[in-house]
Design a protein around this ligand. Structure first.
Ligand SMILES: Nc1nc2c(ncn2[C@@H]2O[C@H](COP(=O)(O)OP(=O)(O)OP(=O)(O)O)[C@@H](O)[C@H]2O)c(=O)[nH]1
Ligand SMILES: [Mg+2]
Length: 332
């Protein structure tokens, strides 16, 4: 297919066109995706999530600049905005902040508004990352606002998940509640120029300590001595905490370093492969579920289905029993 070939050749216009086709769930988009799929599996997928306004876009901007300048890596960014009912606001803001990167052929930035995708946000995002991967972007960053399920979805999508916190939002407690720390591979406290950084850091550290008991530190003649346990378990990754001022580009190299260390850890432990497997497995499952639903509705008379809904509404059948009838024709 011509489109696939030009995407593989690095043609930006074709890439943009393909992304739109995939977003619209078009047959051409699906066909191109299938052709590109064998070319995927090379990119490092990085998820960036956190509460609104913590500085995710600013951080992504800086990370991208760093990867371009220092590592000469090609970077693609998908900014998912599930909360915004507008297509303007946040997306435009992101574009403005990304202006340092415009005109760079090694960078591709794409925003995705909440209702922009026909096939569902998680699936479209997964497809986008595959297209970028096939097109030769070595780093693919996905930014989402942490809003419940979306951050779990992103964790499933990424090799490395970065959770961004900021002081003074009172969100250190919220984040812990939402279990966001469970999905974090790297923690970033952005806006480290603001008061309350120490408090946020302390809160994060104590939560992390609960999840990953650290080696004990003893005081001996006033000197801190870390007790090195004989068998240090190298298979356990403890999320590092990095402090940044994204607007000034401070602390970015440390975050890049944490990301690289995490990638190395994934490779050594074999978790890179298992994350790939989990991600592709759940993608397959979602596609299968969708196909089965479609097939089911193609093969059932609308009247029969409506009749089942009616019985459930009347409480003569439970939804569970109704499914049995729909699938088997009777309750057995
Ligand atoms: N003081 C300070 N302000 C920052 C820093 N990083 C970002 N900001 C500002 O915080 C605001 C939000 O930054 P964004 O990068 O848009 O944050 P975001 O998390 O992407 O926001 P949403 O995508 O809307 O959730 C902007 O006004 C930034 O200029 C920082 O390190 N220090
Ligand atoms: Mg943003």
């Amino acid at each position: 297919m011509v489109l696939t070939q030009s995407v593989l050749n690095g043609d930006r216009l074709s890439l943009a066109r393909l992304l739109t086709q995939v977003e619209n769930d078009s047959p051409e988009g699906h066909a191109a995706l299938a052709e590109l799929f064998p070319h995927t599996g090379k990119a490092h997928l990085i998820g960036v999530t956190g509460a609104p306004g913590t500085g995710k876009s600013s951080l992504v901007n800086q990370l991208t600049l760093h990867y371009r300048k220092t590592d000469k890596k090609r970077v693609a960014v998908v900014a998912v905005d599930p909360s915004s009912p507008f297509t303007g606001g946040a997306v435009l803001g992101d574009r403005v902040r990304m202006r340092d990167l415009s005109g760079d052929d090694g960078v591709f930035i794409r925003s995705m508004a909440s209702r922009g995708s026909v096939g569902g946000i998680a699936q479209t995002t997964a497809a986008f990352t595959q297209i970028f991967d096939a097109a030769g972007y070595e780093i693919v960053i996905v930014e989402t606002v942490g809003a419940g399920q979306s951050e779990v979805d992103i964790a499933r999508l990424a090799h490395t998940t970065i959770v961004v916190e900021a002081p003074g939002l009172g969100d250190d407690i919220q984040a812990i509640k939402a279990g966001i720390l469970e999905i974090a591979d790297v923690l970033v406290i952005n806006k480290a120029d603001r008061p309350g950084v120490e408090h946020t850091e302390r809160a994060l550290r104590s939560t992390l300590a609960l999840a990953h008991p650290a080696p004990r530190v003893y005081r001996h003649h006033g000197q801190a001595m870390t007790v090195i346990t004989p068998q240090v378990d190298t298979t356990i990754w403890i999320p590092p905490i990095n402090k940044t001022v994204a607007t000034e580009g401070k602390g970015i190299a440390d975050v890049v370093d944490s990301i690289a260390k995490h990638a190395a850890h994934l490779r050594v432990t074999g978790d890179w492969a298992s994350r790939d497997r989990a991600r592709l497995g759940s993608e397959l499952e979602a596609a299968l579920g969708e196909a089965l639903m479609r097939r089911f509705f193609q093969n059932i008379q609308k009247e029969k289905y409506d009749e089942m809904v009616e019985q459930v509404v009347k409480r003569t059948l439970s939804p569970y029993e109704a499914v049995k009838v729909l699938l088997n024709g009777n309750l057995k």
